[in-house]
Design a protein around this ligand. Structure first.
Ligand code: FES
Ligand code: FES
Length: 177
């Protein structure tokens, strides 16, 4: 049981929440402790992308961010992206392409792709690669993930515009390289 000394409040997947924490606790540890286990621990060093969440719309490594840095911010985890019964378009395409092998990298991939789709209007390959660059996959060789993502993006591009104004992109991934 984690001994907490402080509290942190932020919007998590659309709901205002307050959690106990400690100044040295990372957001990833807090999320997993609180049951948001879709966000994975991989390297713990900001290298693999398994822990990617959205912080105010930007893909961010939750293993590098102290939980208290989320105070007053908006955090989204993979639990907000889709469910087993109602997956997102990208999740469906990943399955259709056979891109989910062990699956460990997939939540992070989905969150980075979400940041991409919500931020960028022009989805050229170079921009897409920039967003996905910090998400590693040990199983697939990336080709099937790329096929699934490109299909999703092409479908989005063909759909009537429905998104509000895009958020600005600084580095494609806050806390990511
Ligand atoms: S766990 Fe690998 S980047 Fe966070
Ligand atoms: S599917 Fe296994 S790490 Fe990507």
């Amino acid at each position: 049981m984690t001994k907490t000394t402080h509290t942190v409040s932020f919007t998590l997947n659309g709901e205002k929440k307050t959690f106990g924490t400690r100044p040295d606790e990372k957001l990833l540890a807090l999320l997993r402790r609180e049951g948001y286990r879709g966000t994975k621990y991989g390297c713990g060093q900001g290298t693999c992308g398994a822990c990617t969440v959205l912080l105010d719309g930007r893909a961010t490594y939750a293993c590098l961010l102290y939980a208290m840095q989320a105070e007053g911010r908006e955090v989204r985890t993979i639990e907000s992206a889709g469910t087993f019964d109602n997956p997102s378009v990208f999740q469906k395409e990943l399955v259709a392409a056979g891109a989910v092998q062990c699956g460990y990298c997939i939540p992070g991939m989905v969150m980075s792709a979400t940041a991409l789709m919500e931020t960028e209007k022009v989805l050229e390959d170079e921009i897409v690669k920039e967003y996905m660059d910090g998400n590693l996959c040990r199983c697939t060789g990336y080709e099937k993930i790329w096929v699934a993502l490109r299909k999703t993006l092409d479908r989005q591009a063909a759909a009537p515009a429905k998104k509000p104004a895009a958020k600005s992109k600084s580095s494609a991934k806050g806390g990511k390289k």
